[in-house]
Design a protein around this ligand. Structure first.
Ligand SMILES: [Cu+2]
Length: 289
């Protein structure tokens, strides 16, 4: 082998190694919204706990406004007292707040996303009734079936406007069969409107795990089945361009319950205090009159 051949041989080997390295390397950063679950993730098995709490609304909530439904007489006949439902407050407690686990560490050093959370086989229903969406705020898991029904004697056109999922809109005539849909990517939260009735609004939270809940008309919520750990819990309510969020760190003990009470409205801070914080009570002298 002469010197020139030797140089060429070394060069070509080096080149092949480079090509091989390029093909094997360059691993992409994981897409947190990827539609497919990590194939290596295993289901969680072990003790669980829960997070529960109450959503308060400080101050005087905006009054519900009557909706003018004259554009579709069928709506007015069935639901003559239709009012706005963006802020439903009863005795200072706020309904329709979407509460979910955003991130956190499971005891033992893992993350919630390190486990496979099976897609429920049960479907979630969104009904159009009295030209109004029921429920107003709801959650589904990625790829879980959403069943949309029309209980009215008029035509609706359901139209979710997601940012991460595919947008669609579909007419549903009176008497038409349910529309079945699902969302391939996690997204908080997807606004839903009706192209026929501009006042109709709903919000859908799409989650990769089952740790979400919506506050009921007493403001209460509960998230069950959480592995013990420390989590960032988010309470979201509609309003403005993208809604309003409060966050809190909550520790969930095995077979126990973490508490997360949130407050919206007047003077409510951005981050609410966890009731689990072990702050010593400081007694201050109070001037008596
Ligand atoms: Cu409609």
């Amino acid at each position: 082998m002469n010197k020139q051949t030797k140089v060429w041989l070394v060069l070509s080997i080096a080149l092949s190694l480079l090509v091989l390295a390029a093909a094997c390397g360059g691993a992409k950063a994981p897409d947190t919204n990827a539609p497919t679950a990590d194939a290596t993730a295993a289901p969680y098995s072990g003790p669980t706990g829960s997070v529960s709490g109450v959503i308060s609304y400080n101050g005087t909530p905006p009054a519900a406004k009557k909706i003018d439904t004259t554009a579709d007489p069928v709506c007015g006949q069935k639901n003559p007292n239709l009012t706005t439902d963006d802020t439903i407050v009863k005795d200072g407690k706020l309904a329709n707040t979407f509460v979910y686990v955003k991130e956190g560490s499971v005891e033992g050093g893992k993350k919630i996303g390190d486990f496979a959370w099976a897609t429920p086989t049960s479907e979630v229903q969104l009904d159009q009734n009295g030209c109004h969406y029921a429920p107003h705020v709801l959650g589904v898991q990625v790829n879980q079936k959403l069943k949309i029904t029309n209980s009215d004697n008029t035509q609706h056109n359901i139209h979710p406007t997601p940012k991460l999922n595919q947008e669609w809109n579909q007419t549903q005539a009176n008497g038409a069969p349910p529309i079945e849909k699902s969302f391939a990517r996690a997204e908080q939260l997807i606004p839903v409107k009706c192209n026929q009735h501009p006042w109709m609004k709903a919000y859908i939270g799409v989650m990769k795990h089952p740790f979400f809940s919506v506050s009921n008309d007493t403001g209460a919520f509960e998230i069950k089945g959480l592995p013990p750990g420390t989590y960032t819990v988010v309470a979201w309510r509609e309003g403005g361009a993208t809604g309003e969020e409060k966050t809190m760190q909550v520790t969930v003990p095995a077979n126990g319950a973490g508490k997360a009470d949130f407050a919206f409205g007047e003077g409510a801070s951005a981050a609410n205090k966890s009731s689990l914080q072990m702050m010593p009570a400081i007694e201050l002298p109070v001037a008596k009159h």
